[in-house]
Design a protein around this ligand. Structure first.
Ligand SMILES: NC(=O)c1ccc[n+]([C@@H]2O[C@H](COP(=O)([O-])OP(=O)(O)OC[C@H]3O[C@@H](n4cnc5c(N)ncnc54)[C@H](O)[C@@H]3O)[C@@H](O)[C@H]2O)c1
Length: 246
C-alpha cells in the first residue's frame, strides 16, 4: 500500500475528474478537487468524501491564494492532476471564430501551464519528489473534422508535458499525461446514447470496439502518479482502445 499523499485534481466537479478523484481517494490519498463550478465542486466533494475548492485555473491571483490556503491545511500538493478542460467548443477550420480558439487555449493550455508552474514551484521549495499528470487526448495526434481547435490545445498539452518533464526532472518531479479517446462520461452518454449513429461511428473507429470508461482513464492516472511508474516521465499514454493504430 502506497503512503498517503495530498492529491489535487482540477476539474473534479464531474466527468473524468470526479472518477480520478474517487480512484485516488480509494487508494487512501488525501484528495482535494478544484473546479470553477463552485456549486458542483462542493456537491461532488461531499458525495466522494473529499475536499472541495472553487478555483478558476486561468486566474493567477486565485491560484496563488488557494494553493497557499491548501498548503496551510494539508501540506504541499504531492500529486497534481491537471484535468480541467473545455471540450465542447468545436467548429470547422473555415468557420471557427478566433475568439473561440482563444477561449479553448486559455483554459486547456494557459490554465494547465499556470497550475503546473505554481504547484511545481511549491514542490521545489518543499523539496518534494512530486508527480504531475495532465489530461490530454489522442485528438492531439489524430484529427477529426470539426475538432481541430480542441485538438490543437491537446497537442500543446503534450508539448507542455514534455517541457515540464525535462525541466523538472532535476527536482525529481515526474510529469506525464493520459491521452484518452472518447470517454463515456455522463455528458457523452447523454449526448451520444447507445445505438445512436454518432456513437456507432466512434465505436467503429476503435479496434477494441468500445468507448473508454471513466475508470479506464482514472486507473491510468493513478498508475502514472504511483511508484510503479517511478521511471516514466515525459510521456502521453493513450487510453484509446487502439484508436491511434487506425
Ligand atoms: N470526455 C472525453 O471524451 C474526453 C476525451 C479525452 C480527453 N478528455 C479530457 O478530460 C478532461 C475532463 O473532461 P470531461 O469529459 O470530464 O469534461 P467535463 O466538462 O465533464 O469536466 C471538465 C471540468 O472542468 C471544469 N473546468 C472547465 N474550465 C475550468 C477552469 N477554467 N477552471 C477550473 N475548472 C474548469 C468544468 O467545470 C468541469 O467540471 C478534459 O481535459 C478533457 O479535455 C475528455
Amino acid at each position: 500500500m502506497q503512503r498517503t499523499r495530498t492529491v489535487l485534481v482540477t476539474g473534479g466537479a464531474g466527468g473524468i475528474g470526479r472518477g480520478v478523484a474517487a480512484a485516488f481517494s480509494a487508494a487512501g490519498d488525501t484528495v482535494v478537487i478544484a473546479d470553477r463550478d463552485a456549486e458542483g465542486v462542493t456537491r461532488t466533494a461531499k458525495e466522494l468524501g473529499v475536499h472541495g475548492l472553487a478555483l478558476d485555473i486561468t486566474d493567477t491571483a486565485a491560484i496563488t491564494r488557494e494553493l497557499d490556503a491548501l498548503q496551510a491545511e494539508f501540506g504541499p500538493v504531492e500529486v497534481l492532476v491537471n484535468n480541467a478542460g473545455l471540450l465542447t467548443v468545436h467548429g470547422a477550420l473555415l468557420d471557427l471564430p478566433g475568439s473561440d480558439l482563444d477561449t479553448i487555449l486559455r483554459t486547456n493550455v494557459v490554465g494547465t501551464f499556470l497550475m503546473t508552474q505554481h504547484v511545481a514551484r511549491r514542490m521545489v521549495d518543499a523539496g518534494i519528489a512530486g508527480v504531475i499528470v495532465n489530461m490530454s487526448s489522442i485528438g492531439g495526434r489524430q484529427p477529426t473534422p470539426g475538432m481541430g481547435g480542441y485538438e490543437s490545445s491537446k497537442a500543446a498539452v503534450d508539448a507542455l508535458t514534455r517541457w515540464a518533464a525535462i525541466e523538472l526532472a532535476a527536482h525529481n518531479i515526474r510529469v506525464n499525461a493520459v491521452a484518452p479517446g472518447p470517454v463515456l462520461t455522463e455528458m457523452l452518454a447523454t449526448g451520444m446514447p447507445e445505438g445512436s449513429p454518432q456513437r456507432r461511428a466512434w465505436e467503429d473507429r476503435i479496434p477494441l470496439k468500445r468507448l473508454a470508461a471513466v475508470d479506464d482513464v482514472a486507473a491510468a492516472a493513478v498508475f502514472l502518479a504511483g511508484e510503479s511508474a517511478a521511471h516514466i516521465t515525459g510521456t502521453s499514454l493513450p487510453v484509446d482502445g487502439g484508436q491511434l493504430l487506425t
